[in-house]
Design a protein around this ligand. Structure first.
Ligand SMILES: NC(=O)c1ccc[n+]([C@@H]2O[C@H](COP(=O)([O-])OP(=O)(O)OC[C@H]3O[C@@H](n4cnc5c(N)ncnc54)[C@H](OP(=O)(O)O)[C@@H]3O)[C@@H](O)[C@H]2O)c1
Length: 336
């Protein structure tokens, strides 16, 4: 085992768009696990849009990421040394070990996972936090009923791809919004959505609304919102009476862009329910969601795609790409 390992810390807070200069790669001494702790070698790091919010100092649902400390992040890896009776050398574990090749952790904070039927990396995607996010927002907030129409933005991504597939399994019509013809083609042909709208083809709100009405002529009953701005505004214009909106993310505004809405009156006139949610505040739902998602991936009923950056040093560019839509499916970094 080497005496050092690499990690990436937050070097500075972004002003507008994130740049590589906001991060610093460091070589640090390998720690030794104490009683109850294990040493984990991370095989994959998950890159997620929420990290952008943590880079800010402003008020949010979570504490800001401190400058000079390892960037927060979900990981899956293998135990190399164990002083914790519940974990053995060679076990695969999911944790929040951050942007680094290795770390020690309290054994109780790691979740041992079975990689016989579900690949290790899927525990950071459809059978992990993004999958549970899709499951929770769809089932607990959109409450889909057979025959209804569910619309999801960022439809080819880690969360959106699962939303549409679960909506189809619930007997709904699934409509996606995604960026570019290749993503839209994948959403329909591979994931089985009924239609997918390319938001990049529509420069103004009116054009987006007209196109959405064409692919969803029966209106939208459940909206799973990942983007905000024009996508949310267009979707509001197409909502049916008593529709439900799960406000999951507003990625169009994460760099501080103005994401004001023009169709807010639809909330009133269509008597809509809109609820924001943070998946980590609903731990009671995780076991049921993970059981269904794990079975879905193991049997091939839930399909997924990954964009994998190679090596820790590639993480900043991959993260910047994720925020700009250059990822195609779940964005990961392979570390081992
Ligand atoms: N509430 C929660 O607990 C929770 C948990 C997890 C994730 N989330 C949120 O869920 C959303 C999706 O996360 P994810 O991990 O699945 O990411 P993702 O969809 O895999 O990747 C982000 C995607 O957002 C789209 N995007 C970025 N900027 C956009 C813009 N200006 N207009 C339209 N689309 C844009 C891009 O897709 P296109 O190329 O298709 O436009 C990009 O690929 C994010 O908003 C995230 O913050 C919330």
């Amino acid at each position: 085992m080497s005496a050092t390992y690499q990690r990436i810390v937050l070097a500075s807070r972004p002003k507008g768009q994130v740049t590589p200069a906001n991060f610093r790669l460091e070589q640090v001494p390998m720690p030794q696990p104490g009683p109850g702790q294990v040493l984990v070698r991370n095989h994959y790091l998950s890159l997620d849009p929420y990290m952008r919010g943590r880079m800010e100092e402003s008020k949010s649902y979570a504490q800001p990421q401190p400058i000079g400390e390892t960037m927060i992040g979900g990981t899956v890896g293998v135990v190399e040394i164990s002083n914790y009776p519940g974990l053995a050398i060679g076990d695969t574990v999911v944790g929040l070990l951050g942007w680094q090749e290795c770390d020690i952790a309290d054994g109780r904070q790691l979740m041992k996972v079975d990689t016989r039927a579900v690949p290790m990396s899927a525990y950071l995607g459809p059978v992990g936090m993004p999958g549970v996010t899709a499951w929770y927002g769809l089932n607990r907030i959109c409450e889909p009923k057979p025959g209804e129409t569910v619309l999801v933005s960022a439809a080819s991504g880690a969360v959106g791809s699962v939303v549409g597939q679960l909506a189809k399994q619930a007997g709904c019509r699934a409509i996606g919004i995604a960026g570019g013809p290749e993503k839209c083609e994948y959403v329909v042909a591979e994931l089985g959505f009924d239609a997918c709208l390319d938001h990049r083809q529509h420069a103004d709100l009116g054009s987006l609304v007209r196109a959405l009405r064409e692919v969803a002529p029966q209106g939208v009953d459940g909206l799973f919102e990942n983007v905000g701005g024009a996508c949310l505004d267009a979707a509001l214009a197409c909502m049916n009476p008593f529709g439900r909106i799960a406000l999951c993310g507003l990625i169009a505004g994460y760099d501080g862009q103005d994401i004001a809405l023009r169709n807010v009156r639809m909330l009133l006139v269509m008597r809509l329910k809109l609820q924001g949610f943070i998946v980590s505040e609903h731990m009671d739902a995780w076991p049921q969601a993970l059981a269904q998602l794990g079975k879905g991936v193991a049997t091939g009923r839930i399909k997924y795609r990954e964009s994998v950056a190679e090596g820790l040093a590639a993480a900043p560019e991959a993260f910047i790409g994720l925020l700009a839509g250059r990822n195609f499916g779940k964005q990961l970094v392979r570390l081992a």
